[in-house]
Write a protein that binds this ligand. Structure first.
Ligand SMILES: Cc1cc2nc3c(=O)[nH]c(=O)nc-3n(C[C@H](O)[C@H](O)[C@H](O)COP(=O)(O)O)c2cc1C
Length: 179
């Protein structure tokens, strides 16, 4: 069963405990590839790079340098920025800021694509970037910024605590609550 976008948004939660015996089928990797390729970027610069680690020994090595990664995921997507390509393809604003906006959008695409296919996930920013860069053989200008663990949850995630909508959302001007 494939969930639509609204249902994927509603049901996604960060998952930190995975069934380590379950691998991801090929269709999931293909869908993640489509998510990345179709993600928008400022000036269509497409400067980000994504390494999807799915080989079990390589996942073990990644985990050694990633204290923010919990559980035994079936794959870890490593989202990388590229300041040099951002500057040449998109200019100064892309190099300074939009490359992170671009990565954030791609991250959302990956999280929701996974959720739509019944695959759980968790973003993780706590890792040793230099060590991961070396381990993955990334060029110097390709810097890992965020990981997303992926796999089949083996227990229910923590319930979500969301702020009241008036604290995060206004209509027409700051603080105006209703439509
Ligand atoms: C940029 C970013 C970095 C994060 N880094 C970590 C991390 O290193 N380790 C971790 O367990 N969770 C991490 N998270 C997950 C957040 O803790 C989680 O998204 C938040 O508590 C809200 O829960 P939810 O994802 O279930 O809605 C990160 C999330 C984001 C967006």
């Amino acid at each position: 069963m494939v969930l639509d976008v609204a249902e994927s948004i509603r049901t996604r939660r960060s998952t930190r405990s995975y069934d380590s015996t379950k691998r991801l089928p090929r269709e999931v990797f293909e869908a993640l590839e489509q998510a990345v390729l179709n993600s928008p970027s400022g000036s269509n610069a497409q400067e980000s790079h994504f390494v999807i680690v799915q080989e079990p020994d390589q996942i073990r090595r990644v985990k050694r340098f990633a204290q923010g990664v919990s559980g035994n995921p079936a794959a870890v997507a490593v989202l990388c920025s590229n300041r040099v390509e951002a500057l040449s393809k998109g200019g100064a604003d892309t190099a300074e800021t939009l490359r992170f906006v671009n990565l954030g959008i791609a991250a959302a695409y990956i999280l929701l694509t996974a959720q739509s296919l019944g695959v759980s996930s968790c973003p993780a920013r706590s890792f040793h970037a230099k060590a991961i860069q070396q381990l993955l053989g990334l060029p110097e200008e390709v810097v890992p910024e965020l990981m997303i663990t992926l796999g089949y949850a083996d227990q229910p995630p923590r319930p979500k605590t969301s702020k009241p909508s008036r604290e995060v959302l206004s209509y027409d001007r700051y603080g105006k609550e209703s439509i």
